[in-house]
Design a protein around this ligand. Structure first.
Ligand SMILES: Nc1nc2c(ncn2[C@@H]2O[C@H](COP(=O)(O)OP(=O)(O)OP(=O)(O)O)[C@@H](O)[C@H]2O)c(=O)[nH]1
Ligand SMILES: [Mg+2]
Length: 232
């Protein structure tokens, strides 16, 4: 994975959900700016930041449009508006806080099922994995739960910079691995994404035609040179 800014990118709306204090903003800060600020202020408004990541030897460029949300209960209705058209949902719990994991099962995931596009990619993240001695959520149980909801599973630490690049790398690869990427895009009803995809497809076709024309010209040239030689 590299983050060279090349070519046209595929915009992917990515949203982080989970209880207040689980570390959503810290994950975003680490991913976007490679920073960690321990006394982070609790999020009030949903904000969006973007990072472009290149895949497949720079052939594919994904623009992760990352939405931070407020975990506090009083702001939940505002967050809800934002995850209706998300292509990727990252559900975050804190490994030292059992309640935050139960809330994923009882509140956040059911909400996502109800409101997010059917095909949205889901990731379950156990944050603060540097605090392994204070762990209250059994990792195998969390893994099994992730499997049961067909989600990517990852443990991360924003403090120690563990698992965060890996998380977005895994998500990007899953997006690009879809055989029917077009169908994924259509189901999420993201027209902009579909337009970009069609544009990319058009460019690839044009490129192929150009290459074929060049090949034919070279062939023709070789043939005439051969004929020239024959005449002499
Ligand atoms: N040890 C440890 N602490 C962390 C880590 N990430 C976050 N924290 C701590 O958890 C606090 C809350 O993190 P935030 O990222 O603000 O939590 P949030 O999920 O965005 O919370 P809301 O904005 O209220 O929804 C931080 O101020 C840090 O003190 C981590 O990886 N390791
Ligand atoms: Mg926050």
């Amino acid at each position: 994975m590299s983050n060279n800014n090349i070519g046209k990118s595929i915009p992917i709306k990515t949203i982080l959900l989970g209880e207040s204090g689980v570390g959503k903003s810290c994950i975003i800060l680490r991913f976007i700016h490679n920073l960690y600020i321990p006394n982070h202020i609790s999020t009030i408004l949903c904000t969006c930041t973007t990072k472009k990541i290149a895949f497949n030897n720079n052939k594919d460029l994904i623009s992760f449009d990352i939405w931070d949300t407020a975990g506090q209960e009083k702001f939940r209705s505002i967050s809800k508006i934002n995850y209706r058209d998300a292509e990727v949902v990252i559900l975050v719990y804190d490994i030292t806080n059992e309640v935050s994991f139960n809330c994923i099962k009882e509140y956040w995931y059911p909400q996502v099922k109800e409101d997010c596009p059917e095909n949205a990619i889901i990731a379950l993240v156990g944050s603060k994995c540097d605090l392994v001695d204070e762990c209250k959520v059994n990792e195998n149980e969390a893994k099994a739960y992730a499997e049961s909801i067909n989600a990517i599973f990852m443990t991360t630490s924003s403090l120690s910079n563990i698992g965060i690049e890996d998380l977005f790398d895994t998500i990007g690869k899953k997006i690009l691995s879809y055989d029917d990427f077009k169908e994924f895009v259509q189901t999420t009803k993201n027209e902009k994404l579909l337009e970009d995809f069609q544009e990319k497809e058009k460019q690839e076709k044009e490129e192929e035609e150009k290459n074929n024309n060049i090949k034919q010209k070279i062939k023709k040239n070789k043939k005439t040179k051969k004929e020239d030689r024959c005449c002499k």
